[in-house]
Design a protein around this ligand. Structure first.
Ligand code: SF4
Length: 382
């Protein structure tokens, strides 16, 4: 079983128009020092009060914009972690970065402290689309960021892209795919734009509903991406994720496989194998809890019964490998597992579900119906 550590950096230079992650504008250096010291304290508190595996296999520093913070702060955090838990020799250490805040010096310093995977928020390689998303960087800066990362010695680079951007034509998507494939990163995440309540983009939707692509068009774009990426040798291994052979994200795979993850920082979500909890999503509140020696937890849920079934299906079937029957049976118990098997036999979506002797998975068109299929299979009242 793999064990992951996640550190949430809640700072951005400015909010992007579509984003609802917890982050705040970084105002001064002392915020960084307080954040990292408190994150190390949260690690210590959690290791002394909960059960965690003996060795850490993956570390993921996400945000927010981790590239706004000097590498020395991360060196201190990693040192604190290593004093508390053994770090596996082949551990995957990922950090997220934005093109507008990447420098060769920062990249070299990150390599120096052992970070071996870089995830860059590119989103598009066309300035007109970047402006529609309210991103700070330009396409040229994005390409330069990838070049700088390679020059610094990163040989495991992941790029985040968004599709179904307002007004994005199939031709514009084809251009993004072409530019991206020229860059040939080891890993790509393609996210369909989500219209989060309260974001500037969502407000614009109220006065102009045509900004959002119809569901059929979103599905067509998803298939356009799938065709181009797989033709270029990328393995489509999760709804939004593509990897060259050997470069799947180990940290995110741990999440979909329901492996333990201790997540520290404001708004971060942890899982110890049974219970999930989410931290307070406000920097000062989170800091104050830790100052008082309390776990900064906002919500907590022990995953059992219906929520366990829902979670197993939702996380398992979003992977193209699907979910193992043995894992399902072990997690659910015989009675609930056989109820599910019966449901699969009578499902109106059976054409989209592939069943083998040891796994259950969805076809590619089935992936597009993921939510509907899961709701049907997890409905215990039928
Ligand atoms: S940089 Fe990332 S985390 Fe920050 S506002 Fe933009 S999308 Fe959100």
């Amino acid at each position: 079983m793999s064990f992951g550590i996640y550190l949430h950096i809640p700072f951005c230079t400015r909010r992007c128009d579509y984003c609802d992650f917890y982050s705040t504008v970084l105002s001064d250096e002392s915020q960084t020092t307080r954040l990292l010291a408190a994150a190390a304290q949260e690690l210590q508190l959690s290791f002394s009060t909960r059960q965690w595996p003996a060795a850490v296999d993956t570390i993921y520093i996400g945000g927010g914009t981790p590239s706004l913070i000097e590498a020395e702060h991360y060196a201190g955090f990693l040192k604190a972690l290593i004093l508390l838990r053994h770090l596996a020799p082949e551990a995957e250490l990922t950090i997220e970065a934005n093109p507008d805040s990447l420098t060769p010096v920062w990249l070299a310093a990150l390599r120096e402290i052992g970070v071996n995977r870089l995830s860059i928020g590119i989103q598009s390689l066309q300035d007109s689309l970047l402006r529609r998303l309210g991103r700070l960087h330009t396409a040229v800066e994005a390409i330069r960021a990838v070049e700088m990362a390679r020059q610094a010695g990163f040989d495991n680079i992941s790029l985040d892209f968004i599709f179904a951007i307002p007004g994005q034509t199939p031709g514009e998507l084809a251009a993004d795919l072409e530019f991206l494939l020229e860059l040939r990163p080891q890993h790509v995440a393609w996210y369909c734009l989500t219209w989060e309540q309260g974001t500037p983009l969502h407000q614009r939707l109220q006065t102009n509903p045509d900004l959002k692509l119809p569901a059929d068009d979103e599905a067509d774009r998803f298939l356009q991406i799938h065709a181009a990426m797989t033709a270029a040798g990328y393995e489509h291994y999760e709804v939004s994720n593509y990897a060259l052979p050997g470069f799947r994200s180990r940290h995110n795979s741990g999440y979909w496989l329901r492996q333990p993850c201790l997540a520290v920082g404001p708004s971060a979500s942890s899982f110890d194998g049974v219970t999930r909890w989410t931290n307070q999503a406000d920097l000062e509140t989170w800091l104050e809890s830790l100052r008082q020696g309390r776990a900064p937890v906002a919500t907590q849920e022990t995953v059992t019964g219906e929520s366990l079934l829902l979670e197993l299906l939702y996380l398992g079937l979003r992977r193209l490998d699907g979910v193992s029957r043995a894992d399902l049976r072990q997690a659910l118990g015989d009675a609930a597992y056989y109820r599910l098997v019966k449901k699969l036999e009578t499902s109106r979506f059976s054409a989209y579900i592939l069943e083998t002797t040891d796994r259950i998975k969805l076809t590619l068109p089935g992936i597009l119906l993921l939510d509907e299929i899961i709701l049907e299979l997890a409905d215990c009242n039928e």
